[in-house]
Design a protein around this ligand. Structure first.
Ligand SMILES: Nc1ncnc2c1ncn2[C@@H]1O[C@H](COP(=O)(O)OP(=O)(O)O)[C@@H](O)[C@H]1O
Ligand SMILES: [Mg+2]
Length: 256
């Protein structure tokens, strides 16, 4: 049990690739049940930061502490990638990876079973509770009417929402979304913002995004990265008003 409201503490993280520092001394905390955006120009180090959190990349120095709800604090640095997923940190990658030949429901079933291993997912039927959980999540991401449709027939935005749903059904503590609105039109992006706000009631959402309307709509806190360093961190209004942020990022209209 912890009274700490931070779910992640990223402490002095640096990442060096062959002499090039993709991240330098990053210090940032993520609070539980918030939507925390990491924004910044291309090459700023945003994706590298997510890679560090999920242990796809090892930091050169620094460490990350994780405070799961009602559980003991854990050091993520040094933990294996699959273990971090099991500890409740999920990630949706930029490219959708749903099974296009399966229905929306079957994709969700595979995901809920994913934890328990492939053999289990093939031979054991989902429980009544699993199916109820799946319905609840499909309602949240707006796909309950598409349950029996083939995932391949979904629109681009709907595939993204299905993937968010597939993460959510595993009941993570943290969901990381790398540019979830990429390739989406305005209405779909807005919808993604509303979905994010809905799911933060149950977990913490970390988002990398370029669409500033989306950031304005959903952000509780925004960290601006630039050339591997934190330029500033604060609420959206402070970030928008900051002269340096305007110069290096917003002045160029984000990257969108
Ligand atoms: N595996 C890697 N090896 C070498 N350089 C990398 C690697 N991954 C990322 N980089 C470099 O680190 C910098 C930050 O990249 P990235 O985190 O993808 O930025 P962003 O997501 O903000 O656009 C870029 O200059 C990129 O070329
Ligand atoms: Mg990136």
């Amino acid at each position: 049990m912890t009274s700490n409201e931070n779910v992640l503490e990223i402490k002095n993280i640096s990442v060096c690739f062959d002499g090039f520092y993709a991240l330098t001394d990053i210090r940032t905390n993520v609070k539980r049940n918030t939507i925390h955006f990491y924004i910044g120009p291309n090459g700023a180090g945003k994706t590298t930061l997510l890679d560090i959190i999920c242990a796809k990349t090892k930091p050169t120095s620094g460490n990350i502490m994780y405070y799961p709800k009602d559980k003991e604090a854990k050091r993520l640095t040094g933990m294996k990638e699959y273990k971090i997923v099991r500890e409740g940190i999920g990630r949706k990658f930029q490219v959708p990876s749903v099974f296009v030949n399966l229905t929306v429901l079957d994709n969700m079933i595979l995901s809920i079973k994913g934890h328990k291993g492939i053999i289990d997912s093939i031979f054991k039927k989902p429980s009544k509770k699993d199916l109820e959980d799946i319905d609840k999540v499909l309602k949240k991401v707006g796909l309950i009417d598409k349950k029996d449709e083939c995932a391949g027939s979904l629109a681009h935005g709907q595939k993204q929402w299905l993937e968010i749903g597939m993460q959510l059904v595993q009941k993570p503590e943290i969901i990381m979304l790398d540019e979830p609105a990429a390739g989406m039109g305005k209405p779909e992006t807005f919808r993604t913002g509303e979905i994010s706000k809905e799911i933060k009631k149950e977990c913490t959402v970390i988002v990398i995004e370029h669409d500033m309307d989306f950031v304005k709509q959903a952000a509780d806190i925004v960290t601006v990265l630039h050339e591997g360093k934190i330029l500033m961190e604060g609420d959206i209004n402070d970030v928008l008003a900051d002269k340096t942020v305007q110069a290096v990022y917003l002045g160029r209209g984000g990257e969108g």
